[in-house]
Design a protein. Sequence first.
Length: 326
Amino acid sequence: MNKEKFQSGEIIFKEGELGDRLYLVKKGKVKVTKENKILREIEEGNCFGEISLLLNEPRSATVTAETEVTTYTLSKDNLNHFIDKKMYEFLVKKISLQDNFMTKIEDLVYVKSLGHGKFGSVSLVHNKKNLYAVKAVLRKYVEKQNILIKYLIDEKNILLSIDHPFIMKLVKTMKNDEFIFFVTEYIQGITLSRYLDDKKDQDKNLNTKNKNELTFYIAILLIAVDYLNSKSICHRDIKPDNIMIDEKGYLKLIDFGTSAIVKDFTSTITGTPHYIAPEILEGKGYSFSCDYWSIGIIAYEMYFNFFPFGHNAKDPMDVYKEIINK
């Protein structure tokens, strides 16, 4: 790979040009625009330019250095030489989650329902090329409660800033007169909670432990949370219901409805009883430690098949008392 440097405001490549290089951002930030509309920002650790190389198409957008930028570049010939089938499939899927900014509501075809919630539903759709999940939130409920509007805006902004293989990817948001739509990647798999329940039903010997599986899953969660924390994002509701196991066996963190940008400390009491950290309940302020606490609870639950605090409690207050006192 070759190292290249670009000054702030310098155009790295323009929409419509033929692509001959892939760029990996070593330092700085670039912005991606199409028809003078900002599509997304790309920071260090992420790549761009792969669409043109892999699909043999002209550049689909213009990329400009937002700050001083250092990149490593890989030529098309070298990319084709080194890439294997699994990496090709990964990059093509990544492209499908990026190259849809011009998609409109009418372009999406309904396939089936994936679930329902208090304020809307989640459906499986396609745009004739790729499958996506769409969360539709009823506007009349949201607009009656200002706090819900804040949570939705925060969730949108946080998800748009995230690009990580162990975290659900938001493609775009849309709206009409009735709904606000969150178009996300479709994760073909099951929730970790469903997997753990099925495993308990199948395994009558509760003393059987799989340390390799536990280590693998917890490592993935720690990597995902470390990435979020590096961007000052606190998830605040990590639990098996908010974790998917995809078709390849990897975990993906989902549902950022209660997430927040935390610069120093926050004091909002939020979370799910058995997984909530004591510092949240004490109301003295907390930061990223709450996410690591929740992962610790999940590790305990996976290994011992019961909760360390309030396992037999029926009232959430009894759970909270055990978490604080024990």
